[in-house]
Design a protein around this ligand. Structure first.
Ligand code: SF4
Length: 211
């Protein structure tokens, strides 16, 4: 129990990086959280309601955050291709540049990358396990990458060069998912436990290439 408490105390200290008073580079912590999420979310999750669920805010608060990000030209809204009454939020090139240069969590990202590939994977899996316990207790809307979701099915699987042309389908949305979209965040993610991961050792390879 003491060990667990120490670990949680360290997590709380780390969270000071992304929860702060006032603003950093012109954005409050929740605005950073929203921009960061929208920069990594797939097309199904770049909606005002998914954003509100992810940042734990009301629709009105999320809408205000979207307006602030739009006023800074970090975000634009476009009608959904599937349903013209719905809108999809898009991070602009300026928004991406701001994230790359000034996002407060970039320091954490660098520190985690420095741990090395194996430790990155271990840390990710531990945090995911902790979050899934918290989800059960608090019914929060979390997001994770599409490639490990139980709703994702692979059509035309391939290896090597053929892998790049593999197609996927989301059984929840009944929609095609491009290979590059399988690396994006989705708020309807459900962890698969009985299907081999699409990219078995991809995490290690990617982390190694970044290190
Ligand atoms: S497969 Fe899962 S993570 Fe991917 S888009 Fe569908 S619900 Fe979201």
């Amino acid at each position: 129990m003491l060990l667990a408490r120490e670990a949680v105390e360290l997590l709380v200290q780390a969270s000071r990086i992304w929860y702060f008073e006032g603003n950093q580079h012109g954005l409050r912590d929740r605005e950073w959280m929203a921009l960061r999420f929208l920069g990594r979310a797939n097309r199904f999750s770049r909606t005002p309601s998914a954003l509100a669920g992810f940042i734990g805010a009301t629709r009105a608060t999320a809408s205000q955050i979207v307006k602030t990000l739009e006023s800074k030209s970090f975000l634009v809204r476009k009608p959904s291709q599937k349903d013209k009454r719905s809108i999809v939020l898009h991070v602009t090139a300026q928004g991406e540049k701001c994230l790359n240069q000034h996002d407060p969590v970039n320091h954490v990202l660098n520190a985690v990358t420095a741990l090395g590939a194996d430790e990155c994977v271990r840390l990710r899996d531990l945090l995911r396990a902790i979050l899934s316990h918290l989800d059960a207790a608090h019914q929060r809307l979390d997001a994770s990458v599409c490639r490990d979701c139980m709703f994702l099915t692979e059509r035309g699987p391939g290896t090597g060069k053929r892998r790049a042309t593999a197609e996927f389908t989301c059984r929840l949305y009944r929609a095609p998912v491009a290979l590059e979209e399988t690396e994006l965040l989705c708020t309807n993610f459900e962890l698969t436990r009985d299907r081999p991961k699409l990219k078995e050792h991809r995490d290690l390879a990617r982390a190694a290439s970044q290190g």
